[in-house]
Write a protein that binds this ligand. Sequence first.
Ligand SMILES: [Zn+2]
Length: 279
Amino acid sequence: MTTVGAAVAALERAYPPGLAESWDAVGLVCGDPADELTRVLVCVDPTQSTVDEAVANGAQLVVAHHPLLLKGVHGVPADTPKGALVHKMVRNGVALFCAHTNADSADPGVSDALAEAIGLTVTGPLNPNADGKTGIGRIGELSEAEPFAVFVERVAEALPYTEGGVRAAGDPNRPIKRVAVSGGAGDSYLTVATEAGVDAFVTADLRHHPASEHTALPGAPALVDVAHWASEWPWCGQAAAVLRAALGGTVTVDVSIRRTDPWTAQAAGAPSRTGRFTG
Ligand SMILES: [Zn+2]
């Protein structure tokens, strides 16, 4: 019999908790390691939608990238959104395991999955730890240089659709070969990406001021800003492969097909509203 604990052990070998940032909250959130495990769901966000998906699938374990309870709590009453989620999981015999910044930093980790999805061959971390192998972000290379406009289309094709789409900042003809990627919010790695001398930086949650100040710097990489969820979703397949390899044929491992990007609509506006402005 395979147990929840066996899956947790396999995940902690791939994503050692010691790699997590000091402020993070990773590991088993709820559930009994001794419980029998026949089915797992891997997702980015532990939300009502993905927990419903797990229950519908008959899973006994949700493996999520984002923590459910990052900040300290005094209770989990069922009349709060997160408390209700904990109750639903416990009542349905579903455990929750989170691998957050430990999965970002691990080799391979979240940004390796993002790089692979885009078609990059990874050469090393963007912001390496002392071992030179783990750390946040990755640098990788395309087999051949291509114009930035083509590269932006490549990124959009590689990742799941979101309403926010893919935004880009840079010369559409700029040749792109060496690329930095960082799954999730990447504002704080703009300087590191510039120092790395890459042609483009793919990340998520870039804001107005950091992005506009960055693009004014000489030699700064072109920017590709994707949805946070989309940037981390390729990791689900990587974590599922870790479980399949460790637990053999004893457990069915599903990757969530629920889109948990919080943005549900986009309005571009009519050209008449925007036509009088120029770049
Ligand atoms: Zn994230």
